[in-house]
Design a protein around this ligand. Sequence first.
Ligand code: GLC
Length: 817
Amino acid sequence: MEENILNPELVTSKLIEEEEEFHHLNNPADGIKPIIKKYLGVPNNADQQGNKFYFTDGDAKVEVVVITDEIIRVRLAPHSVFLEEFSYAVPKIEQKAVVFKLTEDEEEFRVSTGVVNCHIRKKDFFISFSDAEGHITSTDAVPMHWEENVAFGGYYVFCTKTCDSEESFFGLGDKPTELNLRGKRLVNWNTDAYSFAWNQDPLYRSIPFYISLNEGIAHGIFFDNTFKAHFDFGAEDPTKTSFWADGGELQYYYIHGPHMMDVVKSYHLLTGTHPMPPLWALGYHQCRWSYYPEAKVKKITNGFRENKIPCDGIYLDIDYMDGYRCFTWNRKYFPDPKRMIKELAADGFKTVVIIDPGIRVDDNYSVFKEGKKNRYFCRRSDDYFMEGHVWPGRCQFPDFTNPEVREWWAGLFDELVQMGVAGVWNDMNEPAVFGAGTFPDDVRHQYDGHRGSHRKAHNIYGMQMVRATYEGLRKIMKNKRPFTITRAGYSGVQRFSSVWTGDNVATWEHLKLGNIQCQRLSISGISFCGTDIGGFSGEPDGELFTRWIQMGTFSPFMRAHSAGDTKEREPWSFGEPFTAINRKFIELRYRLLPYLYSTFWEHHRYGFPILRPVVMQEQEEISNHFRQDEFTYGDKILVCPVLEPGQLSRTVYLPKGKWYNFWTYELIDGGKEIEVPTPLETIPLFIKAGSVIPEYPVMQYVGEKEIEEVKLNIYYSNYEVNSFLFEDYGETFAYEQDIYLEKKFVVSGKPSVLTLQQSLDGLYTPRYESYHFNVIGIPFTPSKILADGKDIPYSIDDNNCLEFKFTKNFKQIEILG
Ligand code: GLC
């Protein structure tokens, strides 16, 4: 056997003393020197129990679990004792029937599925992964290691893998930095980051999932550990990628690609997707800190209708409450909330209210009294209550990691729902505390029976809060889909909520950042995301606001929001020409609703992200690893926001294939950069040739009109392209009982004929009867149209588009030259 490079003497776990370790800077155990770090020794035994494999060096144990053909989980137990299995991120592991085996030779043990091999090297316990062709995709650079945590017990746990010279990294949630994380060191610790800056870290959410892309092959690492966690993508040493945490288990999922899309889909398989939102939640939302009193709210909502700018969501920020006490109303400002919400609803507005976690210490306040009586609030290690100041003043905080507390919290929404509230906005749930930042480390949490300090529960506190909120609303609203939005979260938060990127600033830099953040969130599991359009703090001018509306039109969640000390910030606040352009884009949002809704379905049901950076289209092109402006919205629309002031044209990369300019219908060959004019009225938008883009008529709000006809925009292509349209009731959970309709369209063009086929699958019947077809880019002069064999009339408009109508149940349409 070859010599062990790290310590030839030791065959069991090795003790290595190091004076100053880079990752140790923030450890409370600092000052206790020397730091004792233990590395895995050599594996001397392998044991199989079903899909679980155990390897030990005589003291420490490593567990390798086959989850699916593509996903393998690795866990380390320093003294062979694994923690009880529990994860807030992965609710249940669906063991898919996969074929796997353990083999052994002189060099290594090998756990293999048909797709991936996990190699456990005998000479040094290095763990690596390869694909079925034997191509190594990930390998340890040193054995897994750990340090004892003298202050709190447990271990700091470390994993270091190699980093290749051209390896790129993506993911990790909402980090406000370049899309490609290569060369960055980042930390996960949910933080209230008011007016955050480029490169500021950490922010509000912790998503310990990243995607590596190397030699054209992608794999993911999901480090499911809720403690403060650190990631280094070749920053400290360009040849190493490390991740480590200040506690918990070293537990990670290796997720094989080879495509980035495969990795994201598998990550969704583990952590879930967002449920279908109510259709209205995909419309435009207007928010401000705060719209009050009632007359002001009405002035705003009337403003939308008068200006004929569509809007569905209207928000009440903290001032609607009585002294910021959650679940109360300030009756001076809102004397009859039920009536007001009803009136707003009659005008098409859905009311969303903010609810924060801080509960005011006040013995005359029923929520506090109940929480106190039932011991629902968090306590310190010596049993004192965790107290801190937030908006209401002195507060205590529910322990949302306790299922009983979640149940109680869920029930508190009853009255709001009876009043007609349609959605809830959970904020300050990092948890944020004025002055201190957050809770002290020693605060205890029930952690669903797996007790822990705040060190363990901090990063999942916000997610458990919005989980309780969502579950409460869902129960109370019965078959109606609730809408929730949260600021803090952890992997899996998407099962319960949408998110926004927090308190950004009205600057061009933040517009750029928001574009990256939304793409990054989307490929990190959180597709239903958006920014505060216009910037939360500071003052945008009309141009910046309009450019932000244009970008926000293609954010899965579209909401304008602003701090209270700023000027009016509605889509008409900047006068012309801005109002008209804002209107045009918000109308476009509503026209494209069936497309977004279908894309959402693909997210919900199949785990596709809604926003996809260009690198996801063509990962083998190294130059694409650094593109971060352009993205696709679903898989058919390429968007490139304008991110600079006064920009009259900009460069856009079009992925390979043929694309239509959305505004001019010009057909362009992709696979290259092009220069696109960007007057304030437009942003670069391109439609993939062969697409069928469904369109609704412009509505001032979802449900304003009965949809009598759906427009299908068909973009000619000379190769076959599939498109989807998903339809259902739009606001109930009937889709969970399979009441929905999936339509598949296939477009295929020849030099003198274009064929469009439709197949239907599902149990839902939409109320409209016909489609209005609009065919773009036909390269020949049509002589007739055969719809299910029948000759039908058509017209050709000024843009040379072919228009006709036919039943929604058609099977085949042929346009003949
Ligand atoms: C926080 C939120 C912001 C909200 C404000 C008042 O700063 O991030 O969106 O308006 O609190 O509730």
